[in-house]
Design a protein around this ligand. Sequence first.
Ligand SMILES: [Zn+2]
Length: 432
Amino acid sequence: MASRANHGVLLGCALVCAAALLCSDAAIVAAAEDPSPTPTAASNFPIASDVRLAGDSKQTRFVLDLDKAIQFSAFALADPYRVVVDMPQVSFQLAAGVGTAGRGLVKAFRYGLVMPGGSRIVFDLTGPAKIANSYVLDAANGQPPRLVLELEEVDRTTFVQSLAVESRPELRPAIADAADIAAAAEAVAAPKPAAPVDLRPVVVIDPGHGGIDNGTQASGESEKNLVLGFGLALRDRIEKSGKYRVVMTRTDDTFIPLANRVQIARNQAAALFVSIHADALPHHEGDAQGATIYTLSDRASDAEAERLAEAENKADAIGGVNLTEEPTEVADILIDLAQRETRTFSNRFARLLMGEMKNTVRMHKHPLKSAGFKVLKAPDVPSVLIELGYVSNKGDLEHLVSENWRSRTVGSMAQAIDTFFAKRLATAGPAN
Ligand SMILES: [Zn+2]
C-alpha cells in the first residue's frame, strides 16, 4: 500500500529528526539535511526573503520569494478555515509584522519551525476556500525562485469535500507524524533492557508554545522564548539534586501539538507534569499582574481562567495541526478513578507551589485557579500549569526577563517539588 511505504519514509525522517532533536544541536540537524555543511550551518537552509499577497475575496494569490527551489505540500483545515503549507526547514528573513494583516481570502498568516528540518506557513482564511493551484517556479527573468499558492473562494460543502481528497495519506503534513516523532524520541531515549532501571520519579517540564506558535507577545518578547528559558533553568535546578529524572517536552524552538505534550508525560509514566506559560491581558481588559497556578477542571473557576484556557487550547489551531488526527481517549471507569486521584495530587502540588512561590514571587490576586487546559488532560499524571506573569504588565515583563527573578522563582518551585515528593514517598512508604 502506497500510504504504508510513504509512512515508512516519514517515520525514517522522524527518526533522523528525533535523533537530531536529542542532540539538540542545530548544526547536526543541518548536517543531516545537507551533506556539505559550512561553518555557519544555519545558512544552508533555503532563505525566504519576501512575501506578497494579491487578489480579492474571490481569488487570492500568495507568493514567497526563495533563494532556491523547494518541495512542499499544502492542505486545508476546517473550523477555523485554514490552509497549511509544509516545507523543509526554511530560514525566514521576512520583515517584522509580516502576516499580521491579510488580503482577500487570507485574514492573516504566520510561519516558523514545526520540527527540526520542517517549516510551515499557516494561513487563517476569511471563509471556505480551495487551493486552486500551488507550485514552485524556478528563477527566471531576474525573479528568484518562488512558491506560489492560489486560493479560490468555495462554499462550505465544496470545501469539506475537498478536505476528504486533500487528507489522502501521501499529502499528509509531516506534523501528522509528530506522534511518531514522540514515539521515536522515546524509543531512542528509553533505557535499553540491559541498562540499570532508573526508578527515580519522572518530572516532565513543558515550556508552552514553540516554533510557529509564539504564544503571547509584548515589547519584542515572545512567550515561547521566555518559558523555554525558564523551563531549562528549572530542569537544571531540579536535575542537580539527582533525585528526579527530568524530561522536557521541548528543548528548542520547536512546535509540539498539545496532545503530544500530554502523551510524553504519559509515555514516561511521569509523576509530575509542570507546564510553563506567561499570560497577556488584552488592552481593553485593563492591567493584571503576578503569577497564577492552574489545575484542571471541567469548569473554569472564573471568567479570566476560561479566557486563558481558551487561548492556550488554541495552540494546535495556531500551529495548523490537523485535529482530526488526534487520538480519542477511551473513557472508562479506570480513567475516571485515576483522574480523581490525579486531581487530588495536582491540587496538593498546586497548594505547595503557592506556599513556596508567594514568599519570593509576586502572585496574582487570585493565584490558585482551575480551567479546562488540554495540556493538563493526562488522567494519570498530576499536572499543573503555571502562568509566570503577564507580559502585558510592565513590572511582570521586567521580572520575566530578569535572571535574578528567574533564579528565585526556579528555587521556590524546586523547593515545592521536593516537598511534594517527600510527602508522597512518606505516604507510600514501607508501612504501606
Ligand atoms: Zn501560553
